[in-house]
Design a binder for this molecule. Sequence first.
Ligand code: SAM
Length: 345
Amino acid sequence: MAVPGKAAAFRLPPLPTVGEIIKLFRLKAQKQLSQNFLLDLRLTDKIVRQAGELKNAHVCEVGPGPGGITRSILSADVEQLLLIEKDARFIPGLQMLSEAAPGKVRIVHGDILTYKMEKAFPRHLKKNWEDEPPDIHIIGNLPFSVSTPLIIKWLENVSKKDGPFIYGRTQMTLTFQKEVAERLTANPGGKQRSRLSIMSQHLCTVENCFVIPGQAFVPKPEVDVAVVHFTPLVQPKIQQPFELVEKVVRSVFQFRRKYCFRGIETLFPESGRLKRTEHLMMTANVDPTLRPFQLSMSHFRNLCNTYRKMCDEDPSLFAYNYREELRKKKRNLLKSTSQPKQTEE
Ligand code: SAM
């Protein structure tokens, strides 16, 4: 669990407020980029406290925008702050903050989805995976269209111990649409239990810290926002490759409201499907009449381990793609119905 950090420990010199920076540099939020800013520094302090103790830490903030969260991170007396911002309009305002905290801030005008995080921090900060997390934190309030694909990419990085996790179990404090945060942290049986719950919880301790009501943002988004803290686990709960876990979990949740065997069936080609599904469910000790959202982490672990054994026995199995088979069938059907009928002489 994240240990809330101490209150501000480093005093920035007097600066224009975040609101004044927005006016000064004409940083009108772009709706099509889902830009919603946090101007209340008590709130940005509260987000930053969820990351834990940041004194002398190395922090990467993704999507700093006009710099509200950035100020709170600097006030926590970090050693170094790397800012990655895609929209060039924010760079001059961030440079002003950088000048207020000499030697601490590095600004990258770039896209977090393609930025090479394995080179982002000094090598001496690296820790062994089994050790305490390194003194490195990722913090960000990104558009929802970016934060969900990004967390999926970073979960894959956790599983492979690459990207920002070549430094060890780097912690992340990120915002999500409230419903996505609920999915990330949902327990078995919960309304929001989904693919995202299994993929995140099998690799990380995931904590839904608090909800920020939409009206705290300028402009106000349609939805509420939640702050989520992730600490990678020393041992993933499912010890199989990311791609295999992802395939099993995606298949199970394919038919969310049906019995779970309906989704599990789609792991297997049509010929022998029933027999293989039965074998998988029996060996994994999963009741086929449970619904996907009722399955526990150990059910998923058993399913993944047994499916792995089946793939080892038949190496063509992992490449099987149910959707592709459906598409092929549809194409063939279309072809056969669109061919001109032969007229009888
Ligand atoms: N962090 C600021 C705050 O809380 O007020 C701004 C939040 S706004 C929702 C999201 C910010 O992320 C914007 O500044 C936007 O330009 C930036 N952004 C969007 N996509 C990005 C990406 N792929 N890489 C880096 N920054 C991105």
